[in-house]
Design a protein around this ligand. Sequence first.
Ligand SMILES: CCCCCCCCCCCCCCCCCCCCCCCCCCCC(=O)SCCNC(=O)CCNC(=O)[C@H](O)C(C)(C)COP(=O)(O)OP(=O)(O)OC[C@H]1O[C@@H](n2cnc3c(N)ncnc32)[C@H](O)[C@@H]1OP(=O)(O)O
Ligand SMILES: NC(=O)C1=CN([C@@H]2O[C@H](COP(=O)(O)OP(=O)(O)OC[C@H]3O[C@@H](n4cnc5c(N)ncnc54)[C@H](OP(=O)(O)O)[C@@H]3O)[C@@H](O)[C@H]2O)C=CC1
Length: 425
Amino acid sequence: MSTIAAFYGGKSILITGATGFMGKVLMEKLFRTSPNLKVIYILVRPKADQTPQQRVFQILNSKLFEKVKEVCPDVHEKIRAISADLNQSDFAISKEDTQELLSCTNIVFHCAATVRFDDHLRHAVQLNVAATQQLLLMASQMPKLEAFIHISTAYSNCNLKHIDEVIYPCPVEPKKIIDSMEWLDDAVIDEIAPKLIGDWPNAYTFTKALGEMVVQQESRNLNIAIIRPSIVGATWQEPFPGWVDNLNGPNGIIIATGKGLLRALRATPKDVLDVVPVDIVVNLTLAVGWYMAVRRPTSMLIYHCTSGNLNPCNWGKMGPQVLATVKKFPFEKAFRRPNADFTTNTITTLYWNTVSHRAPAIIYDFCLWLTGRKPRMTKLMNRLIRSLSLVEYFIKQTWEWSTYNTEMLMSELSPEDRRVRTALT
Ligand SMILES: CCCCCCCCCCCCCCCCCCCCCCCCCCCC(=O)SCCNC(=O)CCNC(=O)[C@H](O)C(C)(C)COP(=O)(O)OP(=O)(O)OC[C@H]1O[C@@H](n2cnc3c(N)ncnc32)[C@H](O)[C@@H]1OP(=O)(O)O
Ligand SMILES: NC(=O)C1=CN([C@@H]2O[C@H](COP(=O)(O)OP(=O)(O)OC[C@H]3O[C@@H](n4cnc5c(N)ncnc54)[C@H](OP(=O)(O)O)[C@@H]3O)[C@@H](O)[C@H]2O)C=CC1
């Protein structure tokens, strides 16, 4: 058995963001490989008229958890959905649940965040900074806590070209930002946000950087590690290839290509695109939790989960591969047959956006209208073009991330664990 999997046996684990893309894969891996774990606490908010319990039931009965039901038949008894809202200062957790979390938790995985690039700064600060601060305060009151693992992003310092596995100071003190968000109204925040965000591209990356500073400032005597994944894509191997449940990151672009919506993408074929499969990120996350709890490093460690310097893939390789795949395995109800190419400057991008994206959508909607059906393609195409404009910053440039700590950790693993967890090399 894997040393890492054995470590999580008997453990009480708290996961925030467990209903999200990464959180679900983390939870699935834990139940499938460490079925003798004691309990996984997950902080879940009510959503879309579903109670937390109903949401958990839906997740456990999804395809992602099919293998878990075979190896951990009592999974329903081992998962504790705690009603919580990280937008509230006390997370809106009951006193009883808080007491149980504080007295029982051995490992914390903090995945919850708002990952929208166009989120209001107030909301992004509340979730990505203040909630992290609140969770660290809770963790400092957990007598059995062995490790606290914070999930950040490799793009928290995307205003730099070369990024090491260290915390970089932000130009703004996180506590001052948190305090000011509590009394400034939205109009004033909108006015000052560009100045506060500075040379970060959006509120998401800026508040993830602030969140890392909060982790450093509020670490107290906690045993903490930060993991910085780059662009996280669908599963590579576990529990099965190709699982994804959202349109974020690469997923929306690949699906839009397959549906024949996307015909032109501004990218330079020789540029490296740093994408990592979500199961690789989760494997590293579990390895870090084990390492921090067992080896107890003397200081907080940062781990880059990036592929660019270990197993680089550029657009010139990724693009044709994606295109060939969506042609070989066509999507249902596609708008057009998949076909796409790169554009390399603003003029050709504008041209192809007009000729290959906007115009066909308008014509299609006109036909829908003529036949008495509701036009919808123009709205969808505008959403896609807006999504592309928001991710353009991350596509049109490249970064270098050092991976010394990650490679050092891999060298500490048993042969069995290394086989599973080092697909990046
Ligand atoms: C021989 C030559 C061959 C050449 C071949 C060339 C081929 C080129 C094409 C091939 C493509 C290859 C692709 C390979 C991989 C691509 C990689 C792309 C990289 C992307 C960069 C991401 C950078 C991420 C860096 C940071 C990483 C992180 O740390 S967090 C990452 C996660 N965060 C995000 O990704 C956030 C981005 N998303 C958002 O911020 C929001 O979603 C949005 C603001 C972009 C959109 O918000 P909006 O309110 O409009 O939409 P939303 O609320 O999300 O959804 C509402 C409805 O809209 C639909 N929707 C959303 N997105 C899309 C979309 N992209 N396409 C279509 N439809 C979309 C969504 O389904 C909702 O619909 P309804 O529910 O029905 O309303
Ligand atoms: N996806 C990616 O490409 C990358 C992601 N990351 C990081 O990984 C982590 C997970 O990202 P990902 O899984 O993609 O994000 P998702 O958006 O899929 O999941 C976010 C999670 O946070 C929860 N959450 C959001 N707001 C609240 C709230 N107010 N109260 C309680 N829970 C809340 C969501 O719950 P709910 O289901 O109720 O909305 C969800 O479980 C984030 O920290 C992100 O920064 C880092 C690099 C790349």
